[in-house]
Write a protein that binds this ligand. Structure first.
Ligand code: HEC
Length: 107
């Protein structure tokens, strides 16, 4: 009995590892870091992708997300709030946020 149970646990562990490897170790790490960083963003932007006064930022292609954050940083796009937020983020953090929000789907 005990043996069987632990074997099942092993199997789910290997499956989880396999899917992490498939999507690439950096992609998985980026998403995890992005999720951590997203806590600030979701105080304003809805995770559900619903438009609640402020535009949705989920499900975008990563490149578009990174480009827009760059435009805020360079003040090419207007938004005082986003100028402040974008200027505090490193490139690495923006890439991680893009990876995380990009994998979410609006519901
Ligand atoms: C204090 C509120 C607030 C916080 C916190 C915030 N934003 Fe924003 N964000 C805004 C507002 C306001 C806009 C402008 C929305 C508009 O133009 O309708 C915006 C716009 C954006 C856009 C462009 C959306 C579009 O459709 O053009 C992106 C991308 C974005 N924010 C990402 C982020 C990320 C990533 C974070 C967290 C690091 C974050 N925001 C945190 C308020 C916030």
């Amino acid at each position: 009995m005990a043996f069987r149970r632990s074997r099942r646990r092993w199997r789910s562990c290997i499956l989880a590892l396999g899917s992490a490897l498939l999507s690439g170790p950096t992609a998985a790490a980026d998403r995890a870091f992005g999720e951590y960083l997203s806590a600030e963003c979701v105080t304003c932007h809805q995770l559900s992708g619903q438009l609640d006064g402020i535009r949705s930022i989920v499900g975008w292609p990563e490149r578009a997300f990174v480009a827009i954050m760059g435009e805020y940083r360079e003040k090419k796009r207007n938004s005082d709030i986003m100028h402040t937020i974008a200027s505090r983020l490193s490139n690495e953090e923006v890439v991680a946020l893009a990876a995380y929000f990009g994998t979410l789907r609006p519901n």
